[in-house]
Write a protein that binds this ligand. Structure first.
Ligand code: PRP
Ligand code: MN
Ligand code: MG
Length: 180
């Protein structure tokens, strides 16, 4: 698997260090507030697991699975479909949405609108990766781990054809892998 990676952009150590930093910040921000941490499946899973271990106050976890309507290649509509909804009521709760990456911003824009409509008390977005050049929707994360250029990245939750999510680092895929 590793030999299919052209270059490691963010190492395992850098990711773990970042999880500690953001975790410490969120521990302070959410102390005594019992936030609802929402992971956006599937990409957010590795980051969510490592980040939450570094938030040292009580919180609740839940998951949402959404997909861009009509598949990832057609991004223009911005339509998002719910595959799995939350089990938890959002009204009156402090929400922490956890993502692996913001690209066009359409996934998060949809979720933020949905949670506002459901009367969340507060909404914060934390993303490990931000690709500002890809932005279509007007949305910004409150906390960004790393800003990256517009390259095709895999690993640590990010997939190509459902593969590479289990790499402990984030890397650039060799072009021959996706050109074949
Ligand atoms: C990816 C990624 C984000 C979203 C970002 O998820 O994990 O959730 O796309 O793209 P956007 O900012 O353009 O909306 P995807 O829908 O591929 O599902 P996955 O997490 O299961 O891979
Ligand atoms: Mn995702
Ligand atoms: Mg994906």
């Amino acid at each position: 698997m590793d030999q299919e990676i052209k270059e490691i952009l963010i190492t395992e150590e850098e990711i773990q260090q970042k999880c500690k930093e953001i975790g410490a910040q969120l521990t302070e921000e959410y102390d005594g507030k019992f936030p609802l941490a929402i992971g956006v499946l599937k990409g957010a899973l590795p980051f969510m697991a490592d980040l939450l271990k570094n938030i040292k106050t009580h919180l609740e976890m839940d998951f949402m699975d959404v997909s861009s309507y009509g598949g990832k290649n057609i991004r223009s509509t911005g339509e998002v479909k719910i595959i799995k909804d939350l089990d938890t009521k959002v009204e009156g709760r402090h929400l922490l949405i956890i993502e692996d990456i913001i690209d066009s911003g359409q996934t998060l824009s949809y979720l933020v609108d949905l949670f506002k409509y459901r009367k969340a008390k507060s909404i914060k977005i934390v993303t490990l990766i931000d690709k500002p050049e890809g932005r279509i929707a007007d949305i910004k994360a409150d906390i960004v781990g790393f800003q990256v250029p517009n390259e095709f990245l895999v690993g640590y939750g990010l997939d190509y054809d459902e593969k590479y999510r289990n790499l402990p680092y984030i890397g650039v895929l060799k072009p021959e892998i996706y050109n074949r």
